[in-house]
Write a protein that binds this ligand. Sequence first.
Ligand code: SAH
Ligand code: SF4
Ligand code: F3S
Length: 430
Amino acid sequence: MAKKAYIHTFGCQMNVHDSEKMAGILLREGYTFTDIPQKADLIVFNTCSIRQKAEQKFKSELGRTKSLKRKNPFLKIAVAGCIAQQEGREIFKKNPQVDYVLGPQNIHKIGSMIRTNEVMVSIEDNPEIGHIDLPVLRKDGIRAWVSIMYGCDNFCSYCVVPYTRGREKSRPSKNIYNEIFKLALCGFKEVALLGQNVNSYRSDIDFESLLKRINTIEGIERIRFVTSHPRDLSEGLMSCIKELPKVCEHIHLPLQSGSNRVLKLMNRGYTYTDYMKKVERLRKEVPDIAMTTDIIAGFPSETDKDHISTIKALRAIEFDGIFAFKFSPRPGTKAEEMGEQISDDIKSQRLAEILDIQDEITLRKNKTIEGKVQEVLVEGESKTDKGKMTGRTRTNKIINFCGDNSLTGQLVNVEIVKAMRHSLEGKLVI
Ligand code: SAH
Ligand code: SF4
Ligand code: F3S
């Protein structure tokens, strides 16, 4: 009987996609998959180290595998991803049940790891990562993540990513083009180009040229990209969003803070004014563009005044949505060592205020599109709104509407009947 793997993914889209790659390799090795850890012959944790919470969640899950291993000594346990990279062989000290540890630059080794019966650790730098094409097992047949670059060189003072994913490396444009060409042949309609800092993509061609090439691929209807760094948002990229028909009118552009003093301490490489100028320019070029962002509340030494600058920025920019987090001191980062760490109470208060204000803005912004008709890529039946179909607008807003399953994978026009904070209700326009 085929061996079964259980894969548990924590963290960002990068990890979600890395898990699709590990699943692709495991499938090639003859594995099938299960959602039940008790039934698995192999458990893979793809871990995230971005904030303490993500780490704690994983650690308690990992602890539970001790008893599973006692019951089934043949069970193999792999720890992959960003915590694997940071902790390396330290993981074995508290968790002797673990068999394999592999960092994000070495996930391609999962095949050879499971073939040998030896305990293994692979956390070395992998300069070849950009050139290794892996099989990918995608659950969805409509939208696909596609890696275009790996790692990050920015060293924002709070962030572990440059330490866990290593130096920035772009994938050759030919490999990206071929992967997407094949996806189109398989019926995929949308690609999301993936990297920690996609707009600094540079290999044989630059990011704008890459978008132009992908825009020519027949069958692909929509192109998205995450995440963009505000410093590297060029006018050329703004023109691509405006002029290339398949590039969607949405950008995720993490601001982090509205205070110049804090932005400097964060090593973000832009001021609030720089950011604002780019937003204004972008909105002039692409008036209906949706903008989302990330905000950190309670960075070390953040004063009430700094916090108010962030609130003012949120009110001035009016993002379509935000992801906001309490600052979490992470091992090995500069911000962990900084004086004047903010108490958890104040961090929670500031975060709550940020979220409240944004909720109001998000709802107000969504209301402005009530009555309008928008193009929607239908993803399938809604899980939250039973009996309805679900999809996204080009601006990446989720919309539910009455229709039948045969619409899945199609582009349809939907009138926005009611706007809520996190989704829209619509009516199919025939
Ligand atoms: N490369 C992307 C995403 C990085 S991680 C970028 O630069 O925007 C996603 C988000 O997590 C970051 O934008 C930041 O807001 C948040 N984050 C990263 N490290 C954090 C920390 N130590 N504490 C709290 N939030 C953090
Ligand atoms: Fe982290 Fe900054 Fe790199 Fe984003 S740009 S991954 S926040 S170091
Ligand atoms: Fe987490 Fe690593 Fe992504 S730390 S957010 S899984 S890059």
